[in-house]
Design a protein around this ligand. Structure first.
Ligand code: ATP
Length: 381
């Protein structure tokens, strides 16, 4: 459905309506977005939240319809919304920017200054983790600079070729970018039971860039004496995570290291299909699964939508905190609990978790769990 076909326009909705822009993306995007909207409808009913959705095309469908994978009107329309539900994108298949191939995910993060990518990875009761240990991690990944060619420059690309045989890539690390992501990590750690932050870096080789990153994190650490602080080299960290992820609590790191470590952590928790995430800035946030568009399983109805459903729960909670609306915060917690409740039973699991439940059927199970949560009354934690 395009914006023209969508029912409620963001700007026409009543004031306490939660107005969400919906961008399906590529590959499994349409399937897991549809599943997420079913769950959002159920949680809206359960908590009396008025949700309005407006669909816009991005990705390969937008390239065919509008000549660009990220049409210009989308950024202009964002001000009418409280957040975005963003499906994964297959930007490897996009043409060059001159031919309309822009990465919607990178563009949104950069243009809306969504500097904090919050990526939880936790084991769930009854779902045996591949790593054999229970853990509860939060990876706080810088989202607007680092090694990402589409983000690190004001004009032009951060990757270039001075000769046909030489390719260069710039890695941008700034004092402001490092300080604000560190502050996000310490704020989040201060609200958790363990209260521990691990900064992950490669400052033994990247002395200048990761040196600056560490200097900023250390300065912020001084402001939070109640939070334990440690540092690890990124290569050692991969081994330590596999050996015992329960050693860690909040991990703060630069863009690419965070991307890689969070895939590892979510797979250790059971599957990449469980990996929720929120891209947040000061003014806006986007629910987006950690994984990509999984073209290998697209269209089969077997993708695990828990990742995007959980991300949408994080988004509702984020909007609730900004609005000081407890219903939204409770709705976010209820989504996370409903996913965990459903996954307790092997017969409720999707293929990535060894089961045979399809994408839509999984969403229905989570929606039913939310409705039966309602029958328990106001016991929402
Ligand atoms: P990107 O670079 O865009 O992040 P990627 O190369 O990391 O993408 P993914 O698309 O994330 O690749 O897929 C990696 C593997 O995980 C694939 O085998 C894919 O099928 C699987 N996968 C990813 N998401 C899910 C999901 N929601 N449910 C089941 N399997 C998934």
């Amino acid at each position: 459905m395009t914006a023209e076909e969508a029912a409620p326009s963001g700007s026409a909705a009543p004031p306490d309506t939660v107005r969400l822009m919906v961008l399906e993306g590529d590959g499994i995007g349409p399937e897991i977005v549809a599943a997420t909207l079913r769950v959002l409808a159920a949680v809206g009913e359960r908590f009396g939240i008025d949700l309005a959705f407006e669909h816009h095309l991005i990705g390969l469908a937008a390239l065919a319809a509008h000549g660009s994978t990220f049409p210009g009107h989308i950024i202009g329309a964002v001000a009418n919304f409280d957040g975005i539900v963003l499906g994964p994108v297959d930007h490897q298949r996009y043409p060059t920017p001159e031919l309309g191939g822009l990465n919607p995910s990178g563009q949104l993060r950069k243009q809306l200054d969504l500097y904090a990518n919050i990526r939880p990875a936790r084991t769930l009761p009854g779902l045996p983790p591949p790593c054999g240990r229970s853990f509860d991690l939060l990876i706080v990944r810088e989202n607007t600079e680092g090694f990402y060619a589409d983000r690190s420059m004001f004009v032009g690309s951060g990757e270039f070729m001075p000769t046909p045989d030489v390719a260069l890539s710039l890695r941008k690390i700034t004092r402001d970018g490092s300080t604000r992501i560190a502050r996000s990590a310490f704020e989040l750690a201060g609200r958790r039971a363990r209260r521990k932050v691990t900064a992950v870096h490669k400052a033994n080789v990247l002395r200048v860039t990761d040196g600056l990153f560490l200097e900023c994190v250390r300065e912020v650490a001084e402001e939070y004496p109640e939070v334990e602080y440690e540092e690890q080299l990124v290569d050692a960290m991969t081994a330590l995570l596999v050996r015992d992820p329960s050693r860690f609590d909040v991990i703060v790191t630069t863009n690419m290291f965070g991307d890689i470590l969070s895939d590892l952590a979510s797979e250790l928790s059971g599957s990449l299909g469980l990996a929720a995430s929120l891209n947040s800035g000061r003014e806006f946030a986007i629910a987006q699964a950690q994984h990509g568009s999984a073209p290998d399983i697209a269209g089969e109805g077997v993708a695990n939508p828990a990742s995007l459903i959980g991300s949408a729960g994080m988004l509702l909670a984020w909007i609730g905190e900004r609005r000081e609306d407890q219903r939204l915060i409770d709705a976010g917690a209820a989504i996370s609990r409903a996913i965990a409740d459903v996954l307790r039973l092997p017969q409720h699991r999707t293929r990535d978790l060894g089961g045979d439940v399809g994408t839509a059927a999984f969403a229905d199970l989570v929606a039913d769990a939310l409705r039966s949560d309602a029958s328990k009354g106001e016991d929402v934690a």
